[in-house]
Design a protein around this ligand. Sequence first.
Ligand code: NAD
Length: 292
Amino acid sequence: MKDYFFTDARLLGLIGHPIKHTFSPFIHNKTSELLGDNTLYLPFDVAPSNLKDALAGFVALGVRGVNVTTPHKEAIIPLLHYVSEEAGAIGSVNTVVNEVGKLSGHNTDSAGIIESLEPYRSEIVGNGAVVVGAGGAARAAVYTLIRRFNPSRIFIVNRTKQRAEYLKDHFAASSDFDRIEARELTPPDLLDVFAESKLIVNATTVGMWPHADDAVMFREEAFDEDQIVFDMVYNPLNTKLTQLAERSGARAINGLPMLLAQAAKSYELWTGAKMPVAEVETALKERLASGA
Ligand code: NAD
């Protein structure tokens, strides 16, 4: 146990509502332990009506930074002093840094997506991609695909088509990429767009603990061996969707590389230190295997 009584202790955290089961405290506190720096990362359940006060409290208490999750990723933007170009273009903030009372917003999900998809770059470039979902993670996925992977076409598929249209319009206005189509999340539509896509990204909460038996798709014939299926869900690591993809011969990517890479970038923004990612990954896997 570290001694947090020293005045140089740095407080970090996560704000969301509700704060569900999250691996972030483990990842950041393990990093601090491995690096031997004096930081402590805590989860804070902050209701939307308390968001502004919570930020003022962080400034008053000198909290160095926080991660931001649902439902605050978009709502927090007008409450910050500065928003990075990337977070502004994505329209979503997942990391806040307190620079002596001035709060800056960043988005490190894109770095996590690049880490996950880079090994498949040559296959993604020039081919169709589908992003299922229209929340913060989906925004980061569409942004990253446009900026880094130049697919031939991006389908945004969401439960409510209006949200998918909204994302499409956002990126049509903020980039010169005009090959986005918005679709409603219905099984026949999904089969069509999956068939036309090399890359399938699940950026919804479907399949996440405690609803691990759910998936956006259950049909075996939805995938084939030429496809890459990236499920951002990291709890459980092996989701129904990645299991189905693997059974169909497709390459499956789980949410862990993204989780670690986005956390590493956040940690660096707060402390300037590099996360020992491989060691943190080993520790996290051991912890998960132990069922603790
Ligand atoms: P969000 O709340 O902003 O968006 C959730 C999306 O899921 C919305 O588009 C919503 O329409 C959709 N959705 C929810 N329930 C649904 C259902 N029953 N059927 C169809 N669609 C449904 O959340 P987010 O921040 O965008 O996160 C989305 C997912 O991505 C989560 O599972 C989250 O854990 C994961 N994520 C992973 C990482 C990582 O590092 N691996 C990072 C960010 C997000």
